[in-house]
Design a protein around this ligand. Structure first.
Ligand SMILES: Cc1cc2nc3c(=O)[nH]c(=O)nc-3n(C[C@H](O)[C@H](O)[C@H](O)COP(=O)(O)OP(=O)(O)OC[C@H]3O[C@@H](n4cnc5c(N)ncnc54)[C@H](O)[C@@H]3O)c2cc1C
Length: 387
């Protein structure tokens, strides 16, 4: 007899980990799953989080399980078709096919973060509305331990307070997770819920993203425009370390999607010292004489870019404990908490494994739930040992 409770779940975070976990649990027959997400929508456009994911074989274990890999492929540029145009400061161009694809490996797919998260959300809307409810514009601001259970306190956009007492609480809330912080606070004098840091050469790099029109001109010549499925690396005329920059554009399947150009440099680079829109405009114009910048970047976008804080590549980090159990959640008398994805391990984006390891977490958890027939007290220690 399966007497495990299998309902009353709260997931903090509606990114790839949170929505992926909700779908995985619903497919396993779990009910009453609430996802709390502070952003207004699954595909909400955040300029500085508008990067592309490359979903490889690791990540596709979950999309295969959810029967979503074909849809993923439809929305993406496959790595087998990844071409990069290098545009040098003198305007000369060189097209290369990248990377050297290992035919033994599964095709990997490039798509914008917003499209990937939307893919999961549409699946919830289509098939699992009876089991999963996603609360957008809702921020979890406190988690309290009350006897043998946890109370999750959130606020919606109308400033209404929402209180949940879940049997299963999932921390899918990314770097700076409130769930991880709460677990840390409940452990007196122990650092077992603290991230351990392993600095790498790219940690600390700063980045900002420029949003560009979908098909923008590369020169004054008619019809010399970018192709959405092509990646570009546009090199600046500056050579000195503190001035040289590059605009990096990853490919998109959708030809109408605005392009995003990543600017990634060390913190002492001159671009981070520029204070006004005019300074940024002049810097970019001098840096890239080979492209018609005035036709490409609007005044509004320069102003937004100038004001934006951008982000920093995080130090590779992980936390060795990933769960804690209060009471007996398997008979609905307690709360089991698990951390997945960036909430418990995160990498700088240059190795492109953040989302894949997050999706693999969800897949492995599903395998262990299958083995243990959804007994959380049995499953979570096995999961922690394996991951
Ligand atoms: C610039 C940059 C580029 C990257 N490029 C790549 C790449 O190319 N390939 C790759 O694999 N990975 C990349 N990553 C890493 C990747 O973004 C993460 O590994 C991945 O998004 C992890 O998914 P997640 O769902 O665990 O966390 P997140 O994607 O961070 O999602 C967490 C969600 O939780 C929500 N949330 C957080 N706190 C709360 C709260 N208190 N209440 C309600 N909601 C909350 C957030 O709004 C967010 O939607 C990149 C990261 C950065 C910063």
């Amino acid at each position: 007899m399966n007497y495990f409770y299998k309902k009353n779940v709260v997931i903090i975070g509606g990114g790839p980990t949170g929505l992926g976990t909700a779908l995985m649990l619903a497919k396993r027959g779990w009910k009453e799953i609430i996802v709390i997400e502070k952003r207004p929508a699954a595909d909400y456009y955040e300029p500085d989080k508008s990067f592309n994911y490359q979903i490889d074989g690791r990540g596709q274990k979950l999309t295969d399980l959810l029967n979503l890999t074909d849809k993923l492929a439809d929305l993406s540029v496959p790595n087998t078709d990844f071409y990069l145009t290098l545009i040098k400061p003198d305007g000369t161009r060189k097209v290369t096919k990248l990377p050297i694809v290992d035919p033994e490996r599964k095709t990997a797919y490039w798509l914008p973060r917003a499209s990937f998260v939307q893919l999961f959300y549409e699946e919830i809307q289509k098939k699992w509305q009876g089991s999963i409810q996603v609360l957008f514009n809702t921020n979890c601001h406190e988690i309290k331990v009350i006897e043998d259970q946890l109370k999750v306190i959130a606020q919606d956009q109308k400033n209404q307070q929402l209180i949940f007492t879940p049997t299963l609480l999932v921390g899918g809330d990314g770097l700076n997770s409130i769930v991880l912080q709460t677990l840390h606070e409940t452990e007196e004098k122990s650092n077992s819920f603290v991230m351990q840091m392993f600095p790498s050469p790219s940690s600390g790099l700063r980045y900002k993203v420029l949003t560009l029109p979908p098909q923008f001109p590369l020169s004054e010549e008619e019809n010399d425009i970018t192709k959405s499925t092509m990646a570009y690396a546009i090199r600046s005329i500056f050579k000195e370390k503190k001035k040289a920059i590059s605009l990096g554009l990853l490919p998109f399947k959708n030809p109408n999607q605005p392009r995003t150009a990543n600017i990634i440099t060390y913190p002492n680079h001159q671009i981070w010292q520029l204070k006004t829109s005019e300074e940024v405009k002049q810097f970019l114009k001098t840096a890239f004489p080979q492209i018609p910048l005035e036709k490409i970047i609007s005044e509004e976008e320069i102003a937004r870019f100038t004001k934006s804080e951008g982000g920093k590549f995080p130090i590779p980090q992980f936390c060795s404990r990933v769960y804690k159990i209060w009471g007996e959640p398997d008979i609905n008398k307690g709360t089991a908490v698990i951390l997945l994805g960036d909430a418990v391990h995160c990498f700088p984006p240059d190795i492109g494994q953040g989302v894949n390891s997050a999706l693999e977490d969800v897949y492995i958890l599903q395998e262990i739930l299958e083995e243990t027939k959804d007994n959380l007290s049995e499953a979570f220690p096995i999961y922690q040992n394996q991951r």
